[in-house]
Write a protein that binds this ligand. Structure first.
Ligand SMILES: [Zn+2]
Length: 148
């Protein structure tokens, strides 16, 4: 195993793309791919981008993009109901509920998660709040007042 193989594997596991590495090193993308594969077994840390045990938060963050409104727009799977869904350890979760709980702890009994920004696909914790079902229903037209 060469230092170059280890270097490529390290860079790739820390989030750089094979295309970037190919440009940096002046070799083809398939060349980089081969180097990465050979270097991976020698890394101390697992390869983040391919590791199923990667922390949930990182895996969620890979599937969103920030909009000009500051929303973290989900780019992954969307339920028929219009909410972001992510499958984790064999269970389908609503992403905005996961994000709220990661930031604030468990959702108190009887409360639902409301999108302050009115963007159902937003998963930004600062745009989420826990409200009672009746508060949620009060806050206007049903389509604009979303919770689950
Ligand atoms: Zn938002």
């Amino acid at each position: 195993m060469s230092n170059l193989e280890k270097y490529c594997a390290e860079q790739y596991s820390s989030g750089r793309t094979q295309r970037e590495l190919a440009q940096e090193l002046g070799i083809s993308k398939s060349g980089v791919s081969r180097l990465v594969k050979r270097g991976i077994p020698f890394l101390d840390a697992p390869v983040l981008t391919r590791d199923p045990a990667r922390p949930l938060i990182d895996r969620l963050m890979m599937r969103m993009r920030e909009t000009s409104d500051g929303c973290w727009q989900w780019t992954g799977y969307v339920r028929n109901s219009g909410y972001a869904q992510f499958s984790y350890r064999g269970t389908n979760h609503l992403v905005h509920r996961l994000m709220y709980q990661m930031e604030n702890g468990p959702i108190p009994d009887g409360l639902v998660i409301d999108h302050i920004c009115r963007n159902r696909l937003c998963i930004r914790p600062e745009h989420l709040r826990a409200v009672t079902q009746s508060e949620n229903v009060r806050c206007g037209q049903r389509w604009s007042c979303v919770a689950a």
